[in-house]
Every structure is written in structure tokens, then in C-alpha cells.
Design a binder for this molecule. Structure first.
Ligand code: GTP
Ligand code: MG
Length: 359
């Protein structure tokens, strides 16, 4: 290639046989026969291209599949394979059959603005393989956007749920636990806090649902996660453990905004908090919908991983009715303990106040 570039056109012509030169000449003659406009256009199109481009165009290398082409084709195949595998998942094909389940419920939770709704839009974008649509409203504002618990079907078997945002304070997690436990109706507004009496009443009256296999997913933005203080770590640990005890599954961690900080460090932190699985990714958003291989496969691999986990859990004998009854017991105990802890705090405050007055 270098040699070809270095040689002038005259030199190239001199090296050619008389017959080749004749042929080239006749092309020039042909050009003369064309109209001036046609000639100008042809000339311009030749001049616009760099010499390298002209050589490359003639080069047979162009026809050979480049590494990039091969990778692109194989990644397109991989994306298609993953997508089909995810769409095909059915509880009926699990080791012991469906055991009474018919839906995987991916339950997203986390603080406001960390990318829960954007993650839902990304999953739908990747699975549906058509133009980006903002199914779940996502916004850069400081106030909470998602006020209701809304379900978005991803496939015939998988539904993803956008839960109302929370603060990572175990005492204030009652509403979130109720949502994760599937005791709050879907597609209705959710309260930030309820009294214990209201919560118990709701538990008693909740529509029985035994057919959802619940998978909790905690969403955390790398951008917001500058550091997690010592006391917060203890709180995170308690919350994750409670989610596991409630649903039987340790929350899967999804780190969004992966390119806005050192996500390796944050991933390590979450692993130290007990997380077995951490996925770091960059969501597709209204502002940035440019498809990239890694983003697409990253999201599909997350879904594939969830289904592999579900298949693993379905290898054991399960009883959906009992699981729901256990979740209810867990919540009732949580409400009772929270009530007792609240009363204890109040008593301590009163005693301190009394001691202060007596002194
Ligand atoms: N660059 C980038 N922006 C993101 C990413 N995820 C979310 N965002 C942006 O962050 C903002 C908040 O995202 P949302 O998806 O609304 O967050 P949310 O967790 O649903 O917020 P609430 O509904 O309030 O709980 C939006 O402007 C998104 O476009 C990401 O991975 N990368
Ligand atoms: Mg939201």
C-alpha cells in the first residue's frame, strides 16, 4: 500500500504495458465523449477521494471480511441468540415443571434518580429491537418521578416493576418491603409511609397472588455513589438481608451510569455488603440512544443471568402459597418490631428529658 501511495501516477503509467496504457487512454477518450457536466462530476468525485481511498476501493482486500465485520456479524448473532433465549423462557421447561408459577417479577428498588425507569426503558429497547420509546418516565430533576408501582411486561413470562423510590433507612423501608413482597397493587399510586395499622390492614386485604416468582433488583447510580459511610454500610446490609429473607432471593445489584466513576470500586463495595451478582452498565436514555454492542449484550446478559438463577431455584421443590404466607409473616413481624423500636425510642427520649429537668 505504501509503495502504491508513494509512486506518482506518471510512474505507475510507465510501469504498465502498452496495452494497459492503451486501455487507460481509451477511458480518457471516453470521458471526452461525455458532456462537460458529466466529466466535471466524475472528475470531482475522483478528486474528492483521498489517494488511499481510491487505492482501497480497487483493492481486493475490501471484499474480504474484515475483523470488524466478523465481530459485528457474530455480535449480531449473539444478540439475536440471547434475545430468543430470553423470550423462550417458560416455567413449564424448569426441572420440576412450573410448580404454580407463571411470571418472573423483576422488582426494581432504589433511591430517586438512580436510573430505575431508564433501566426499564433500556430493557425494552434491547428486547423489542425497535426505536427507543420512553415507556417509564425518566427525568433528571431532583424530585421523585415515579410515584406509582407500575408493571412493564418484557416478554410473555418476564415483567419488570418500577417501584416508588426509597431512602436506604431500614426503619422507613416498610412500604418498599410491602411492594417487594407483592402486597401493594400494581399500577396504582404508592404512599411514602403508612402507619402500622394501615400496613396490617393492607396485608390482610391484599389480593392473593401466588403465581409470581419475585426477583429483587437494587439499582444504584455510580455517579451518586461517591462513598457509603460506615453506618450506611450496616444499613445496606440489613436491608439486603431483609430483602433476601422476604423474597428468598438476595437482591441483584445493577450499577447505572457506569462511565461516570470508578465502578470497579463500587462493585467491590457491594460485594462486601453480601451481593453475589453485580452488573454495571450504561442505560439508554432519551438523550443517548446510540446502540452499542456492549450496552446491548450487557442488558441481555443481565436478563439471561436472572433466568439462569430462576431455573436454579426452580430445581428445588417450592410451594408458592406457603412462600406468600411466609412473606406476610415477615412483614407483620417487621411492622411489630418497628412499632416496638419506635416506642422504645420514645421512652428513652422521655426519660432523658425527665433527667434533664431534674438536674
Ligand atoms: N448517562 C446516563 N444517564 C442516566 C443513566 N440512567 C439514568 N440516567 C439519567 O438519570 C436521570 C434519572 O433517571 P430515572 O430513570 O428517572 O431515575 P429513577 O430511579 O427512575 O428516579 P425516580 O423515578 O425518581 O425514582 C434521567 O435524566 C436519566 O436520563 C445512565 O446509565 N447513564
Ligand atoms: Mg423512575
Amino acid at each position: 500500500m505504501e509503495n502504491v501511495e508513494e509512486k506518482s501516477t506518471v510512474e505507475n503509467m510507465e510501469e504498465k504495458s502498452p496495452v494497459e496504457n492503451m486501455e487507460e487512454k481509451s477511458t480518457v477518450e471516453n470521458m471526452e465523449e461525455k458532456s462537460t457536466v458529466e466529466n466535471m462530476e466524475e472528475k470531482l468525485s475522483i478528486e474528492e477521494k483521498s489517494p488511499m481511498e481510491n487505492v482501497e476501493e480497487k483493492s481486493p482486500m475490501k471484499e474480504k471480511p474484515s475483523m470488524e465485520n466478523v465481530e459485528e456479524k457474530s455480535s449480531a448473532k449473539e444478540t439475536k441468540r440471547l434475545r430468543e433465549e430470553i423470550r423462550r423462557f417458560s416455567f413449564d421447561n424448569c426441572a420440576l415443571g412450573n410448580q404454580g408459577y407463571n411470571r418472573v417479577l423483576l422488582q426494581l428498588f432504589g433511591c430517586t434518580g438512580h436510573g430505575k425507569s431508564s433501566f426499564i426503558n433500556s430493557c425494552k429497547y434491547v428486547l423489542e429491537d425497535r426505536e427507543y420509546v420512553m415507556h417509564a418516565e425518566a427525568n433528571a430533576g431532583h424530585s421523585s418521578v415515579t410515584m406509582e408501582r407500575r408493571a412493564y411486561p418484557l416478554t410473555d413470562t418476564i415483567t419488570i416493576v418500577d417501584n416508588r423510590p426509597c431512602t436506604m433507612d431500614n426503619a422507613k423501608m416498610g412500604e418498599v418491603y410491602a411492594q417487594l413482597g407483592n402486597f401493594v397493587p400494581l399500577n396504582e399510586n404508592v404512599r411514602r409511609q403508612s402507619t402500622s395499622v394501615e400496613m396490617v390492614r393492607r396485608l390482610e386485604n391484599a389480593e392473593p397472588n401466588y403465581t409470581d416468582f419475585i426477583v429483587p433488583v437494587y439499582v444504584q447510580s455510580v455517579r451518586e455513589c461517591v462513598r457509603i459511610a460506615e453506618w450506611e454500610q450496616a444499613e445496606f446490609k440489613t436491608i439486603f438481608k431483609n430483602c433476601r429473607d422476604l423474597t428468598g432471593v438476595f437482591p441483584i445489584i445493577v450499577l447505572t451510569n457506569k462511565t461516570s466513576g470508578n465502578y470497579f470500586k463500587i462493585e467491590e463495595k457491594f460485594r462486601c455488603l453480601g451481593a453475589e451478582v453485580v452488573f454495571a452498565l450504561e442505560n439508554y436514555t432519551q438523550e443517548d440512544q446510540m446502540k452499542t454492542r456492549k450496552r446491548h449484550t450487557g442488558i441481555l446478559q443481565f436478563l439471561q443471568h436472572v433466568l439462569e438463577d430462576v431455573s436454579f431455584w426452580m430445581e428445588q421443590e417450592r410451594n408458592p402459597e406457603k412462600e406468600r404466607a411466609d412473606r406476610k409473616m415477615f412483614l407483620l413481624k417487621f411492622i411489630r418490631d418497628r412499632e416496638r423500636a419506635g416506642k422504645k425510642d420514645e421512652m428513652e427520649k422521655l426519660q432523658k428529658e425527665k433527667a434533664r429537668r431534674n438536674n
